[in-house]
Design a protein around this ligand. Structure first.
Ligand code: NAD
Length: 434
């Protein structure tokens, strides 16, 4: 069995490499030839811990290859994992044009029976559309099946998540598709959940929206903590000790970002509303998240009063640690707000600087990218911590204090202990605690 992977972004590349690591023969393709050229040389276009090594090892083994010719890749594959993007449109719904484009391409190249697997996050019932498009455009009598296998990897630990999954969800409507996918994931037989396709599609949106809801919930509690003197970190511990609630995703901060939660919750709201379902619950979670930057800006204003030409060190640009991904990162909105107010920014991130430079180009003295957190802190009037990278959690705060014009830290991720930071002579504000 040969497996094709279409779209070699964060999900597709990890999927291709991961499936090869599981022992399968895999070809990856993408519509961006430069990406395929780079990956074929063993260079990953994204930062994802462990991915480089695994890519090179599997290329060397010869079971993993990449081909910019999408037609050939499809024709040579028995099972095709579709991993293209499903970005958000203005009305909140998912833009399915990449999925449609790939469906037509598959139809054109349907030279044998194939199983087409939706790995991208798609609205429930998408498989019916893919089936319709392939049936409309195919030029041969060859048969095909659609299956859903939503991806649950987390950027920053994607390789490990792929190779050690909590669960593998497979949505199928034929025995052949069920058998093929069960074989592909044979190693995780004890963690397979096989459902119908619509259910599998919905499991992904339901999971992401629930996690986003959980984050917004603790952020809402942090707002109450700030007004009452309660400590959100301890509220989270107290809640998390209840196994029905669980400890994870109870971290108050400047809100969730990334290429999944914001778009997936909005897509599910749109799906529900189109079906006549009241989606107030998820809309509120989205609104709570949207307010995070406004509340954080209030903290910065409280510290600075006037923003104009104040030097602000911004540490952490990626939407979470261990990734270079800045899609929908809270840092983007904050940076834009700060620039609108006339502040001068000194930005640092261990991996995401190049991506941010494309969005917010260097423009000294208004926007300066720095090589270290200590350089960013030089002459700064305030330091904002936005991503809890290990490097930033373990800063030498004495060195930071010496570099700053005014020793003020506003910690958007509750990385430091307030007493310890204040003992060093900093003015310190964080989220949901005194
Ligand atoms: P991405 O933008 O990093 O990758 C998409 C890739 O598809 C790009 O390389 C792009 O060039 C390619 N592509 C687009 N149109 C194409 C076409 N017609 N033919 C061939 N290639 C094409 O996106 P991603 O983060 O990998 O996400 C992909 C899907 O997986 C989305 O639906 C997303 O919601 C879902 N997902 C993402 C994550 C994550 O953490 N990033 C996790 C789980 C699920």
């Amino acid at each position: 069995m040969k497996i094709g992977v279409i779209g070699t972004g964060y999900v597709g590349l990890v999927t291709a490499v991961g499936l090869a690591e599981l022992g399968h023969t895999v070809i990856g393709t993408d519509k961006i030839k430069a990406k395929i050229d780079k990956i074929s040389l063993g260079i990953t276009p994204i930062y994802e811990p462990g991915l480089d090594d695994l890519l090179r090892a599997n290329l060397k083994k010869g079971t993993l290859s990449f081909d910019a010719d999408q037609h050939r890749t499809i024709r040579e594959s028995d099972v095709i994992f579709v991993c293209v993007g499903t970005p958000q449109q203005e009305d909140g719904s998912a833009d399915m044009s990449q999925i449609e484009e790939v469906s037509r391409l598959i139809a054109e190249n349907l030279n044998s029976y194939k199983v087409i697997v939706e790995k991208s996050t798609v609205p429930v019932k998408t498989s019916s559309w893919i089936k319709r498009i392939i049936t409309l455009y195919k030029k041969t009598p060859n048969d095909f099946d659609i299956a859903s296998n939503p991806e649950f990897l987390r950027e920053g630990s994607a390789v490990s998540d792929f190779l050690h999954p909590d669960r593998i969800v497979i949505g199928v409507e034929s025995q052949i598709a069920r058998d093929l996918l069960t074989k592909i994931y044979e190693e995780f037989g004890d963690r397979l959940l096989v459902t119908d396709i619509a259910t599998a599609e919905l499991i992904k949106h339901a999971s992401n929206s629930f996690l986003a809801l959980k984050i917004s919930y603790i952020n809402l509690m942090s707002n109450i903590c700030e007004k009452t003197g309660a400590d959100v970190e301890q509220v989270a511990v107290g809640m998390g000790l209840d196994p029905r609630i669980g400890k994870q995703f109870l971290k108050a901060g400047i809100g969730y970002g990334g290429s999944c939660f914001p778009k997936d919750i909005r897509a599910l709201v749109k799906i529900g509303e189109d079906l006549g379902v009241d989606m107030t619950l998820l809309k509120a979670a989205d609104r709570v998240n949207d307010d995070r930057i406004k509340l954080f800006m209030d903290k910065v204003r409280k510290a600075l009063w006037i923003f104009k030409e104040k030097k602000i060190a911004v540490l952490g640009l990626a939407f979470k640690p261990e990734t270079d991904d800045i899609r929908e990162a809270p840092s983007i909105r904050l940076i834009r707000e700060l620039l609108k107010e006339g502040a001068w920014l000194r930005l640092y991130d261990p991996k995401a600087v190049d991506n941010m430079k494309e969005l917010v180009p260097e423009q000294s003295p208004k926007v300066v990218y720095c090589n270290s957190p200590y350089q960013a802190a030089e002459e700064a009037n305030v330091l904002l911590l936005l991503t809890e990278w290990e490097e930033l959690v373990r800063l030498d705060l004495k060195k930071i204090k010496d570099a700053m014009a005014n020793p003020i830290i506003i910690d958007g991720r509750n990385c430091y202990k307030p007493d310890e930071v204040r003992a060093l002579g900093f003015e310190y504000d964080s989220i949901g605690r005194q």
